[in-house]
Write a protein that binds this ligand. Structure first.
Ligand code: AP5
Ligand code: ZN
Length: 217
C-alpha cells in the first residue's frame, strides 16, 4: 500500500511514519529528511534549500520533486511507501498523481493528522532526535528509557534541528495553512481521505493508524 500522512509541523508525521514502517514493512519517505540529507551532502539542491528551510518557508516544487524522484528510483520502495511531508502544494499533488500513474500505482489512503496550532509550537520546540538512527524524542512527551541513550540503538549523541524554534515554527504553520491545508479538500473529494485526532497520546494515535493501514493490507 501507498500512504500519505498529511499534517502541520509537529503533528507527529515522522513519529508515526517510523512506527508504521516497522509494523507494516513500508518505506517512510520524508521530503524533509531527504532535503536535510541534501543540505548535509552539500549538493546543488541542498545548497538551494538550506536558507529556505532555516526560514521555515517551502522549498520550490522543482527541487522537492527532484529529490523525491531520485529516492523513488531505489528498489526498496516497491514494498509500499509512507509519504511524510509530501505533497505540500497543489503542484506537488498533481506531480505525485503523474509519478504514481507512471509506476502503474496509486495512493491508497491519505491520512490527515488533526491537531491545534498552539500545541504544535510546544511539540516542535521540545523535539530532538538520535544522531545515529534518527529516532525522535521530546523533552516532555517522549524521553528515552535510559537518560541520554537512544532506546533503539543505544546512541548517546542527540541533535536538534535548526528550524525547530518558536519563531520558525510559526512561519512553517503559516505555510501549512496557506499551501498544504487545501490538499485536505483535494483528497476528500476523491474519497481517499481519513482524519485522525493527533492531539491524543502517541500510542493512541499509533493504534488508530494501525487499524486504518491494517484494513488496507
Ligand atoms: P519537515 O521535515 O517535513 O518538517 P515538518 O512538516 O515541519 O514536520 P516535522 O518534522 O516538524 O513534524 P512531524 O509531523 O514529523 O512531527 P514529529 O513526529 O517529529 O520539513 C522541514 C522543512 O523542509 C520545511 O519547513 C520546508 O522548508 C522543507 N520541506 C520539506 N518537505 C517539503 C515539501 N514537500 N515541499 C516544500 N518544502 C518542503 O513530532 C514532533 C514532536 O512531538 C516530537 O518530539 C514527538 O516526539 C512529539 N510528538 C509526536 N506525536 C505526539 C503526540 N501525539 N503527543 C505528544 N507529543 C508528540
Ligand atoms: Zn538511535
Amino acid at each position: 500500500v501507498n500512504l500519505i500522512l498529511l499534517g502541520p509541523p509537529g503533528a507527529g508525521k515522522g513519529t508515526q511514519a517510523r512506527m508504521l514502517q516497522d509494523a507494516f514493512g513500508l518505506v517512510q519517505l520524508s521530503t524533509g529528511d531527504l532535503l536535510r540529507g541534501a543540505v548535509a551532502a552539500g549538493t546543488e539542491a541542498g545548497l538551494a534549500a538550506k536558507a529556505v528551510m532555516e526560514r521555515g518557508e517551502l522549498v520550490s516544487d522543482a527541487i522537492v520533486l527532484n529529490v523525491l524522484r531520485e529516492r523513488l528510483a531505489e528498489p526498496d520502495v516497491a514494498a509500499g511507501i509512507i509519504l511524510d511531508g509530501f505533497p505540500r502544494t497543489a503542484g506537488q499533488a498533481a506531480a505525485l498523481d503523474d509519478l504514481m500513474g507512471a509506476r502503474g500505482q496509486q495512493i491508497d489512503a491519505v491520512i490527515s493528522l488533526v491537531v491545534d496550532d498552539e500545541a504544535m509550537v510546544g511539540r516542535v520546540s521540545g523535539r530532538y532526535t538520535c544522531a545515529s538512527c534518527g529516532e525522535g524524542y521530546h523533552d516532555q512527551f517522549k524521553q528515552p528509557a535510559a537518560a541520554g541513550a537512544c532506546d533503539k540503538c543505544g546512541g548517546t549523541q542527540m541533535k536538534r534541528r535548526p528550524d525547530d524554534n518558536a519563531e520558525t515554527v510559526r512561519t512553517r504553520l503559516n505555510a501549512y495553512h496557506a499551501d498544504t491545508a487545501p490538499l485536505i479538500d483535494y483528497y476528500a473529494a476523491r474519497g481517499t481521505l481519513t482524519e485522525i485526532d493527533a492531539m491524543a497520546e502517541i500510542e493512541v494515535v499509533r493504534q488508530g493508524l494501525a487499524a486504518i493501514v491494517g484494513n488496507l493490507t
